[in-house]
Design a protein around this ligand. Structure first.
Ligand SMILES: Cc1cc2nc3c(=O)[nH]c(=O)nc-3n(C[C@H](O)[C@H](O)[C@H](O)COP(=O)(O)OP(=O)(O)OC[C@H]3O[C@@H](n4cnc5c(N)ncnc54)[C@H](O)[C@@H]3O)c2cc1C
Length: 209
């Protein structure tokens, strides 16, 4: 036995939040649409994680940057009261299934299997699983999960980075990657009074722009 929806959005990131906005504009009935995300919070504007979230003063915090503030739309409101975290009514009848990883999809039977063994059926599936961070091992370096190695992809990563910055004021950080996220991160570290060395393969930052 499992749950059954007309529309399922797999992934709870930026695309999911904006897709949900479009559904709310057209109107969805209770139980028609669900978002499944392995993150613990409703869709948020991920770009804020390397910008306002890392500021030493007046940092951005949820719920202030849930989608869809990036398009000057109102935030899709949600209720994060105790006990409601893993399956909540998001807004306008959208079910939000959080902290739930989908491990396989049976597209013939139109159903998804979650890591907890639940099946979720759909008539239409929207896949919005986004990207993931490249771990150190994948670039030939050991120590992915060593203490004080930070990544910057989701809220948990950004929260860890903020805590570490607070602990090491005046310290030294190495930023691997000279794209825009590496540069934004380096700028935030400096604003948090951390000395930074950037390491990247090209002769200058953001070579691709
Ligand atoms: C720090 C940072 C700063 C950025 N700044 C900018 C910027 O300034 N401008 C810009 O244009 N772009 C920026 N980006 C890129 C932008 O955030 C992405 O392009 C955008 O998030 C992509 O949206 P998405 O919904 O496709 O994927 P994501 O936002 O990555 O969302 C994917 C979601 O799917 C979930 N998921 C994945 N697999 C599963 C599964 N099997 N089961 C359940 N859930 C799953 C993930 O946990 C996540 O919630 C930035 C990205 C980062 C990380």
């Amino acid at each position: 036995m499992g749950r059954d929806f007309v529309y399922v959005i797999l992934g709870g990131g930026v695309a999911a939040g904006y897709a949900a906005l479009e559904f709310t504009k057209k109107g969805v009935s209770n139980g028609e649409l669900c978002i499944i995300s392995d993150e613990l919070v409703a869709p948020y504007e991920r770009p804020a994680l390397s910008k306002g979230f890392l500021l030493p003063q007046a940092p951005a915090r949820l719920p202030g940057f849930h989608t869809c503030v990036g398009a000057n739309e109102e935030r899709l409101c949600w209720n994060d009261g105790p006990g409601l975290l893993f399956s909540i009514k998001y807004t306008s009848g959208i079910e939000l299934i959080l902290g739930t990883r989908v491990i396989s999809a049976d597209t013939r039977r139109k159903r998804l299997l979650t890591a907890t063994g639940e099946t979720i059926s759909y008539k239409f599936l929207i896949i919005a699983t986004g990207a993931r961070v490249l771990k150190l091992e994948e670039i030939g370096i050991n120590g992915s999960n060593a203490e004080n190695v930070c990544y910057l992809r989701d809220l948990a990563d950004a929260t860890k980075l903020v805590n570490i910055m607070r602990m090491y004021t005046g310290g030294h950080a190495i930023v691997i990657g000279g794209g825009y996220i590496g540069m934004e991160c380096a700028a935030s570290l400096v604003m948090n009074k951390i000395n930074v060395t950037m390491v990247f393969p090209g002769s200058y930052c953001s070579k691709h722009f």
